[in-house]
Design a protein. Structure first.
Length: 149
């Protein structure tokens, strides 16, 4: 059986993002908490992804992001909530399984979807009449190369 590295390399052969679109967007804020001092607020971002095999060498990825601006001492005391889900269709060079998806979701999927998430957050905050927040570039650790044996 091929190693995970070999299977991942095969999967990435001729990889192409065929489509990216937003499936869901939910944005809300609590009017009564908007005058909370900025030094008591913190931005929390959660992300989750899963996949669906559409056909041989064709995968749909669902990337969910949740941004909360909340009390820095209590993540559940939320002032602003933005939730979005992106659908991304990829043509791949090989089959996918959970191990390959774990690597793929922590690298390519984030690289492709994070800029869209940042843009949605900025636009949503401005449209709600709120000050934008700085969302940094995505931090990820690309798959490490395995030493040759």
């Amino acid at each position: 059986m091929a190693s995970l590295e070999e299977r991942f390399n095969q999967f990435n052969t001729n990889l192409a993002l065929a489509n990216i679109r937003m499936k869901k967007l939910n944005a809300s804020f609590d009017d009564e908490k908007l005058d909370v001092p900025p030094d008591t607020q913190q931005v929390y971002i959660d992300k989750e992804s899963y996949y669906q095999i559409l056909a041989d060498n064709f995968v749909r990825v669902f990337q969910e992001y949740t941004l909360r601006i909340a009390n820095k001492n209590n993540k559940d005391d939320v002032f602003v909530l933005i939730e979005t889900t992106f659908l991304m269709d990829f043509q791949t060079g090989g089959p996918i399984d959970d191990e390959i998806f774990e690597l793929f979701s922590q690298s390519t999927v984030l690289i492709d979807s994070w800029p869209y998430f940042r843009e949605i957050v900025q636009n949503a905050l401005i449209r709600m009449g709120l000050a934008p927040v700085i969302i940094p570039p995505i931090q990820f650790t690309p798959p490490a190369e395995q030493p040759q044996q």
